[in-house]
Design a protein around this ligand. Structure first.
Ligand SMILES: [Zn+2]
Length: 266
């Protein structure tokens, strides 16, 4: 099985890939003859956790030190479609949290060592805290995506502040760490959004470079290839296992390695 190669370069780095336990469901066949040779191991069944883990490509190691082309100015969170880095990395982000939470996802992320950033709505995080804590324990990081997922530019300063700071407060209470990154619902934002995001603790505000849904990566550029620093957006939806695998394959095809967003901008 191939695993994500990760170097322990920062406090957020995942502590190395974990070997997936082989399925314990296949008991040793009763030995009629003591001289019988061991049966070759059967490949994992398609769609099982072991199958997904076995499909993960092997990646080049991460750069030892994350580097940005442009520094983040204190007090002025940038709005980024991709991370300004020339290093051969891309970033996986998973949004929302209320719709679906496939049960094998935390184990897949842990077993394959997939770095993920979760932009959660605080009510979903409240209702399903254990699930997101499981992903957090596997190396994932929880970030802010408002309370109610309304488009922000039509809202007043105080309403935007309620949506962004209210969610950050709740996520900090649930997970013991205040979010440092923010993604506005639908990517919609105005100057007020950026001001409020800063006031609520965001160091950077994110859009995305590609989306992934139902196991298909959708590119915004005609050449259909990822670029260094690209941010892939997917959601907590029923096909999240396929979305994660499709993202990993696309990252590998582009000669990149999945990295954790917070290691670059957190
Ligand atoms: Zn969303």
């Amino acid at each position: 099985m191939s695993l994500v190669a990760l170097s322990a370069c920062t406090s957020h780095a995942i502590a190395g890939p974990v070997t997936v336990a082989r399925p314990s469901a296949s008991p040793p066949s009763p030995s009629v003859s003591p001289s019988v040779s061991p049966t070759p191991s059967t490949p994992p069944k398609r769609g099982t956790l072991e199958w997904y883990v076995a499909q993960v490509p092997e990646f080049p190691p991460l750069p030892p030190t994350p580097q940005l082309r442009e520094a983040i100015k204190p007090g002025e969170p940038p709005f980024w479609l991709r991370v300004p880095t020339d290093q051969k990395v891309a970033f996986i982000t998973i949004d929302d949290g209320g719709l679906a939470r496939p049960e094998d996802v935390p184990a897949f992320i842990r077993s394959a060592g997939i770095p993920v950033t979760m932009f959660l709505n605080s009510p979903a995080a409240t209702a399903h805290t254990d699930y997101f804590k499981e992903i957090e324990a596997a190396g994932g990081v929880v970030e802010n995506h408002t309370i109610s997922h309304r488009s922000l530019p039509g809202l007043s300063y105080s309403s935007q502040k309620h949506e962004i700071c209210g969610s950050a407060d709740k996520l900090e209470q649930l997970f013991g760490k205040r979010p440092t990154l923010f993604r506005p619902p639908f990517g919609d934002h105005n100057d007020t959004t950026m001001t409020v995001a800063h006031e609520c603790g965001a160091k950077a505000v994110f859009y995305w470079s590609e989306t992934v849904d139902k196991g298909i990566v959708r590119y915004q550029t005609p050449e259909k290839i990822l670029h260094p620093g690209d941010v892939l957006l997917m959601h907590f939806r029923p096909a999240l296992m396929d979305d994660l695998l499709a993202a990993l394959k696309a990252i590998h095809k582009a000669g990149l390695t999945p990295a954790l967003l917070e290691d670059y901008v957190g």
